[in-house]
Design a binder for this molecule. Structure first.
Ligand code: SAM
Length: 180
């Protein structure tokens, strides 16, 4: 993530699938967020210890009212939406893959709905896994889309992230008009 400098100018961040809070802590630090002046909103259906400068919602991101609640908690348009959400594993690889991809897709639509122009979207996906439709949607709405493997992940891990940089803004969005 460092290499891509997405955190350098970040002012407002939304962290999806935040527990136990590693990314939220970094987000609060880079945005100089404090409880008096919140710059980071986070969500997880698991509990998370309070982190100074992070407004935390314990709820399912897939709930209909989660997007509005996150925006209200932040109080401004985010310039980064990041998602480390992973579906609880069932042991059935295909099912786990589809569930995590669904979370990635919902997160991408949320990012396109709420990001400030120029903002970035980072989300967990699977090796070789980003579906063509999602990739096309991101490529249309962001200036650059790259896959990356986090430095810390084990070589044999299938964990991958997709980073979409430079949101073009909703004027040019085709989020709702892309053919099914
Ligand atoms: C890999 S962990 C996140 C670790 C976190 N980024 C950190 O740095 O501490 C993935 C998280 O996604 C959460 N998650 C998965 N599906 C979710 C959903 N639908 N709504 C909210 N959180 C979800 C899980 O509860 C889990 O805590």
């Amino acid at each position: 993530m460092k290499k891509h400098h997405i955190l350098k100018d970040a002012r407002w961040i939304i962290d999806l699938g935040a527990a136990p809070g590693g990314w939220s802590q970094i987000a609060a630090r880079v945005t100089d967020s404090t409880n008096e002046s919140i710059r980071v909103a986070a969500i997880d259906f698991l509990e998370m210890d309070a982190i100074p400068g992070v407004r935390f919602l314990q709820m399912d991101f897939l709930d209909d009212d989660a997007p509005a609640k996150l925006l209200e908690a932040l109080g401004g348009a985010p310039d980064i939406v990041m998602s480390d959400m992973a579906a609880p594993t069932t042991g059935h690889q295909r099912t786990d893959h589809l569930r995590t991809m669904h979370l990635c897709e919902v997160a991408a639509h949320f990012a396109i709905d709420v990001l400030a122009e120029g903002g970035h979207f980072l989300a967990k996906t699977f090796q070789g896994g980003t579906e063509r439709e999602l990739l096309n949607l991101l490529k249309h709405n962001f200036r650059q889309v790259v896959h990356m493997k986090p430095g810390a992940s084990r070589a044999e891990s299938v964990e991958m992230f997709i980073l979409a940089k430079g949101f073009k803004g909703r004027k040019s969005s085709v989020a709702d008009s892309e053919p099914g």
